[in-house]
Design a protein around this ligand. Structure first.
Ligand code: AMP
Length: 278
């Protein structure tokens, strides 16, 4: 496994490689969710590259950039075990030298959900992904369905800007009680961790209602809200039922794939999760 920290080194290595590169961008503090992406990339490509970079431009001023969990040694051990070929872990200075002035803005699909509660977040995500794609030049890049809006934004960006790679989406990996794995789950204390599966329970309730014939989005959201409100540690940021491609809110869930997504705060930790219906 080659661990590289500079863009020059990354380019040199990239020139020497033939065969497809599968790329997994991450912010580190790796868990089974990340490793599932790495395994999938390994299976489908001759070389697997993983980046570890806590991207400052996707964090708002009052967000958790400073305290975002980091454990590079553990991450490298886990990636070594997965037989990762290349780990790219640049410094902030390497990715954003002073006088950095170019941004990638994807419109419309970034306006709602996470985009509404985190202004500038997706501009940071789109910009760093563009830079990483340009540096690594992968045939395929792997993203988790856990961050559903991110997937929509990256797919749109790749299509709109004619980027020459395939975006592969990997299903959400969950703990045994349904909680979606996330680096941020480490913030939850014991009581909060017990309360956290309420989010997936609410999404599962939506699926059940829909399978039982309920198509009215407001009714489904209402039932989800009532369930989450029974959990005293939880407060709802948003619950949405939207077209899975355009992210426009739906009134009825019928044929087209609908993304049911929600952000819930458990204590001070914000959790996001989603399922797709149809
Ligand atoms: P992050 O390090 O949080 O930026 O995540 C890096 C990649 O891993 C993103 O594509 C995430 O969507 C994906 N990911 C994070 N958690 C999970 C999970 N529980 N299941 C599947 N993919 C995940």
């Amino acid at each position: 496994m080659r661990v590289i920290k500079t863009i020059i080194e990354a380019r040199k290595i990239r020139w020497q490689l033939s065969g497809s590169v599968g790329f997994v961008p991450t912010m580190g503090y790796l868990h089974e969710g990340h490793l599932t992406l790495v395994r999938r990339a390994k299976k489908e490509n001759s070389i697997v590259a993983v980046s570890i970079f806590v991207n400052p431009t996707q964090f708002g001023p009052s967000e958790d950039l400073k305290k975002y969990p980091r454990d590079l040694n553990r991450d490298l051990e886990l990636l070594e075990r997965e037989k990762t070929d290349i780990v790219f872990m640049p410094s902030e200075q390497e990715m954003y030298p002073s006088k950095f002035n170019s941004w990638v803005d994807v419109e419309k699909v970034t306006e709602r959900l996470e985009g509404a509660s985190r202004p500038g977040h997706f501009r940071g995500v789109a910009t760093i992904c563009t830079k990483l794609f340009n540096i690594i030049q992968p045939a395929r890049a792997y993203f988790g369905q856990k961050d559903a809006q991110q997937v929509v934004v990256i797919k749109k960006m790749v299509a709109d800007l004619n980027m020459d790679l395939e975006i592969v989406v990997v299903p959400t990996v969950r703990e045994s009680d349904g909680l979606a794995m996330s680096s941020r789950n480490i913030y939850l204390n014991t009581e909060e961790r017990k309360a956290a599966p309420i989010l997936f329970k609410a999404l599962s309730l939506a699926r059940q209602l829909w399978q039982d014939g309920e198509q009215n989005a407001d009714k489904i959201c209402g039932e989800m809200t009532a369930l989450i409100q029974k959990e005293p540690l939880a407060s709802i940021d948003y619950i949405s039922i939207a077209d899975a491609d355009t992210l426009e809110e739906l009134k009825e869930v019928s044929h087209q794939p609908a993304l049911v997504s929600s952000a819930v705060r458990i204590g001070r930790t914000k959790l996001i999760d989603n399922i797709t219906l149809g």
